[in-house]
Design a protein around this ligand. Structure first.
Ligand code: CAA
Ligand code: NAD
Length: 296
């Protein structure tokens, strides 16, 4: 019988990893998080503290509870420290080589019973699982940004994922207060298969001069009832991440719907990675976002 999940290991403490750490620790799991260096680890920890602090301010969480949640989180820059994890959730940058390298290292360090999962947006779970000798204990757990708020987790069954692993991953998602859906190992799963062409379409609308950036956003918010427009959402997700996702999905499907538009590539090259870098389609450095000058 597989061991109970008590300790969760999270790889990467960026936008997604920090949110995943927060929800796991909040659900009572002892949570270990790996970053590539001290500076990135401290930045990730600050994100978690900031998010918990806001929850306390808004009276969604008691101050004592927030302290207890923080005490369940340990950060490290040494991969060996993740050895005790019963479940590993990978959330490093969308780079196949790096993800495979980390999973391969952890395969040698973790117990036989440990389940591995990736939060990849677009890579193939079957390929990631192939970097280990535990393809039967490997699944996808795809969270949504911002993780503490968004209810969905796509639980992905790859070619060799065992029924038991899939069920345990599904039950884990429920145990941290999420609403899981079952998906096959198809690049982009359900949500990104539909969302990525929509977001890329908004960038193409900017390129074509159809309307201004704020008006494209306003159009989708007021015309379709979306909580935020596609270009604001792109700034939230990250232009670098979305560009990588589009490239991976285009390579998989060879469908122009997934081709990353030249403007997106140029903005990434210019360092406009969205809200996390201070600038994307909007400049986020002030109190309110203002449209960026894009040289169009
Ligand atoms: N962390 C924690 N809590 C947050 C948060 C964050 N980053 N951002 C917002 N919140 C909380 C707020 O504190 C607030 O809570 P209270 O009502 O208790 O105060 C609540 O969420 C609502 O926030 P706001 O009132 O500030 O703003 P809002 O009503 O516009 O909601 C939003 C914010 C939930 C992010 C909403 O705009 C939304 O749903 N946007 C779309 C998000 C989306 O589509 N995400 C999916 C991206 S795609 C993806 O993730 C997959 C991929 O692979 C790329
Ligand atoms: P991010 O750039 O915010 O964070 C990635 C983190 O990985 C960074 O903090 C980086 O320092 C860290 N990292 C890099 N190399 C590392 C290493 N060797 N060891 C440990 N950490 C390392 O990116 P993100 O938006 O959090 O995306 C992470 C993953 O989640 C990607 O696979 C992405 O496709 C997926 N995802 C992103 C979103 C989104 O909305 N941004 C939503 C769902 C899934």
């Amino acid at each position: 019988m597989a061991a109970e999940i008590r300790t969760v290991g999270v790889l990467g403490c960026g936008l997604m990893g920090s949110g995943i750490v927060e929800v796991c620790a909040k659900a009572g799991f002892s949570t270990l998080v790996l970053e590539q260096g001290e500076e990135a680890l401290m930045a990730g920890m600050r994100k978690i503290q900031g998010s918990l602090g806001r929850a306390v301010e808004r009276k969604r969480l008691g101050a004592e509870e927030a302290t207890q949640i923080e005490s369940r989180i340990s950060g490290t820059t040494t991969v060996e420290d993740l050895a005790p994890a019963d479940l590993v959730i990978e959330a490093v940058v969308e780079d196949l080589g790096l993800k495979k390298e980390l999973f391969s290292a952890l395969d040698r360090l973790c117990s036989e019973a440990t389940i591995f999962a990736s939060n990849t947006s677009s890579l193939t779970i079957t390929e990631l699982a192939g970097a280990t000798d535990r393809a039967d204990r490997f699944a996808g757990l795809h969270f949504f940004n911002p993780v503490p708020v968004m209810k969905l987790v796509e639980v992905v069954r790859a070619v060799r994922t065992s029924a038991e692993t899939f069920e345990r991953a599904f039950a884990f998602a429920k145990s941290i207060g999420k609403e899981p859906i079952a998906c096959k190992d198809s690049s982009g799963f359900v949500v990104n298969r539909l969302l990525v062409p929509y977001i890329l379409g908004a960038v193409r609308a900017v390129e074509a001069g159809v309307a201004s950036v704020p008006d494209i956003d306003k159009g989708m918010m007021l015309g379709c009832g979306h909580p935020m427009g596609p270009l604001t959402l792109l700034d939230f997700v990250g232009l670098d991440t979305t560009h990588r996702i589009a490239e991976i999905m285009f390579e998989e499907y060879k469908d122009p719907l997934f081709a990353s538009p030249p403007l997106l590539r140029r903005m990434v090259l210019a360092g406009y990675h969205g809200k996390k870098s201070g600038r994307g389609f909007y400049d986020w450095s002030g109190d309110k976002p203002v449209p960026s000058e894009l040289g169009l």
